[in-house]
Design a binder for this molecule. Structure first.
Ligand code: FES
Length: 268
């Protein structure tokens, strides 16, 4: 069974718990600190150095990049170590990746949209007692509907009108009179990822949220990341990092704009 260790990052004094074997780079990300990785973690640029206490044994690569004096003081390369003990790790500003200024203000106004998700209204059918196939009677034959939505469709008749949100005209996503429709457009750049929250019915741009592209820990530039992608698990790690980033933006935009989990389902 794997052990868990505490890593305290300085000067923030931020403590996190990680499972043994977690790379120092990941531990830092978990603590909200992004470290410079111009060489993509190959241990050749020396830009990710950190002061580690107690200092682990230096790797052969560190002996090539760091001076004896630095090694003696406890300087190590973050990309070369996994956490196998409780540690204090000081990350100097020269090893930090500082987020560049990102445009996060909405320009306002509306954009013209042709979203695949739209809301349509179906008339209330006249149903006789014992009629079994409500969906067939109400919905066009090309529309698929799951059991959950079908039940809501029947319930909504009682309220007067039925609204069905439809994707690509083939699938009913939800039947709900109160639902609003939102979408998020992502701009995924090498350095930053930006999400724009849009009202899909009016085209109004409602909010924007930006983060540093989490793939930055695998290299600051595209070439380093392409090289990293060819390593074992490289592609998997890169996709997991960007998915985590996109999910962070979705959560943040939903939280800031008081969107319900039901509405989130339209953001997939
Ligand atoms: S030495 Fe380049 S990222 Fe660690």
């Amino acid at each position: 069974m794997k052990s868990f260790y505490t890593v305290k990052f300085l000067p923030e004094n931020k403590e996190i718990r990680v499972v043994e074997g977690t790379s120092l780079l990941f531990a830092a990300i978990k603590a909200g600190i992004t470290i410079n990785t111009p060489c993509g973690g190959k241990g050749i640029c020396g830009k990710c150095r950190a002061l580690v206490t107690p200092a682990p044994l230096p790797t052969p690569q560190e002996k090539k990049i760091l001076s004896e004096e630095e090694i003696g003081k406890g300087w190590r390369l973050s990309c070369q170590h996994q956490v196998n003990a409780n540690l204090n790790v000081e990350i100097p500003s020269s090893s930090r990746y500082f987020r560049q200024a990102i445009l996060t203000k909405i320009q306002g106004g509306k954009i013209s949209l042709s979203p695949p998700v739209k809301r349509v209204s179906f008339p209330i059918p006249s149903l006789s007692l014992g009629e079994r196939s409500i969906g067939e009677k109400v919905l066009p034959p090309q529309l698929a509907i799951d059991l959950y939505s079908l039940r809501h469709l029947a319930q909504s008749f009682k309220k007067g009108r039925a609204f069905a949100s439809v994707i690509n005209a083939h699938q009913v996503l939800e039947v709900n009179q109160e639902s609003r429709l939102f979408g998020i457009a992502f701009d995924i750049g090498t350095t930053t990822v930006v999400g724009y929250l849009v009202n899909l019915e009016t085209g109004e741009m409602l909010d924007v949220h930006a983060i540093t592209n989490p793939q930055v820990i695998y290299g600051d530039d595209v070439i380093s990341r392409i090289e990293y992608a060819s390593r074992e698990d490289g592609l998997k790690n890169l996709s997991q990092a960007i998915l985590a980033g996109v999910n962070t933006i979705i959560k943040e935009l939903c939280k800031k704009n008081h969107l319900s989990p039901e509405e989130k389902k339209f953001l997939r």
